[in-house]
Design a binder for this molecule. Structure first.
Ligand SMILES: [Fe+2]
Ligand SMILES: [Fe+2]
Length: 176
């Protein structure tokens, strides 16, 4: 009974934290999240069944969680906005028509995302740096600001979780 109560309280705390992070994402990135062009990222898959839209929101929340957990002082607004736009490349990199892009997607998409983001939104230096450098160390130049380091780590963590989920799904499919 006591164990169930502890588990329930833990679940509630986790949900409260997630809600708090979502609130901050909308506080700093509401105009981006609500814009029709950002909605286009719902049409493209990142990994498995996760859309680019969901991935970018997850990376924004995870970036905030990292900065809070490790008490890293940073520009939260830039952190959220850079994370939301870090994969704003606006194409499906799994698509057969993009076979050439698919092979080099990791190298090129930060530049494409930055170009698109600059056309659609006003960006600060920190936000530009987050988008352009988030694939480090694949793209050799490291982030200049701590916000960039946080998003780079959050992106890798979220991508890892998405890949693990695909593998688990496949294993379940095989064992059926
Ligand atoms: Fe990316
Ligand atoms: Fe990403």
């Amino acid at each position: 009974m006591k164990k169930q109560k502890v588990q329930r309280n833990r679940r509630i705390t986790k949900m409260d934290r997630s809600r708090d992070l979502s609130r901050l994402v909308y506080l700093y990135g509401n105009d981006i999240v609500k814009s029709p062009s950002f909605h286009k990222t719902k049409e493209h898959i990142q990994h498995g069944t996760i859309t680019v839209h969901q991935h970018c929101k997850d990376v924004a929340k995870c970036s905030l969680a990292i900065s809070k957990t490790f008490r890293i002082k940073c520009d939260q607004r830039a952190l959220v906005r850079g994370a939301l736009l870090h994969d704003y490349f606006l194409y499906d990199w799994h698509d057969k028509d993009h076979r050439e892009i698919k092979n080099l997607h990791g190298f090129y998409h930060p530049g494409i995302a930055l170009k698109n983001a600059q056309e659609h939104y006003d960006l600060t230096d920190i936000e530009r740096d987050i988008i352009h450098k988030h694939m480090w160390p694949l793209t050799i130049v490291p982030p200049k600001y701590r916000e960039g380091w946080i998003v780079t780590m959050a992106d890798k963590y979220c991508s890892l979780l998405e890949t693990v989920r695909i593998r688990r799904g496949r294993k379940r499919g095989i064992s059926k």
